[in-house]
Design a protein around this ligand. Sequence first.
Ligand code: DX5
Ligand code: ZN
Length: 210
Amino acid sequence: MIQVAPSLLSADFLNLAKDIEMINRSEADWLHYDVMDGSFVPNISFGFPVLSAVMQQLQKPLDAHFMVVHPERWIKECAKLGVRMFTVPNLHRTIQEIHEAGMMAGVALNPATPISVLEDVICDIDMVLIMTVNPGFGGQSFIASMVDKVARLKAMITAKGSKAWIECDGGVNLTTGKQLADAGVDILVAGSFVFKNANPQQAIIDMKAL
Ligand code: DX5
Ligand code: ZN
């Protein structure tokens, strides 16, 4: 079954507690938390005071998506707060540091980055995040050519005997999610589709069944 990770970026910031409670009661597998620094991407989202408050109420594992220039600076802080998955935009030695801090390690690829950059690390990481929009904002349109990228990544993962999950993030709804499910995705991140939905809990259930 597909795992669903609603993205807090599309939640109601004046009522975060209400939206987190909805996530707690839902079938969601994760809460996706986008950290942006205004340098790596042209937007600033939220940081640690907000994360710390979210962690006090959240009953689901947290999937932290770092779109910042120096993600390695925040590994210890996140481990201390109880973050489960820590995803970074580039490789370095960060993967090892994330594992040493006791978290799962993800690597995010922008739409223009080829999957070949992962060939030598695919067995060392827990997840590959394929960005299906250019990172920075919720509510953008899905880039259709990413479906084939997911299929090729799935083939690489199988060929290398890796256990890495594939996560897709950006413009995911039931139509694009179905294409990704057929291509081999494991986790779908959905911001607007869940939080702007008249029935967010049903939206999550429908997505899990794709
Ligand atoms: C964008 C973020 C996404 C965003 C997705 O850079 O990484 O997680 O919240 O939002 P939707 O699902 O609305 O495209
Ligand atoms: Zn994200």
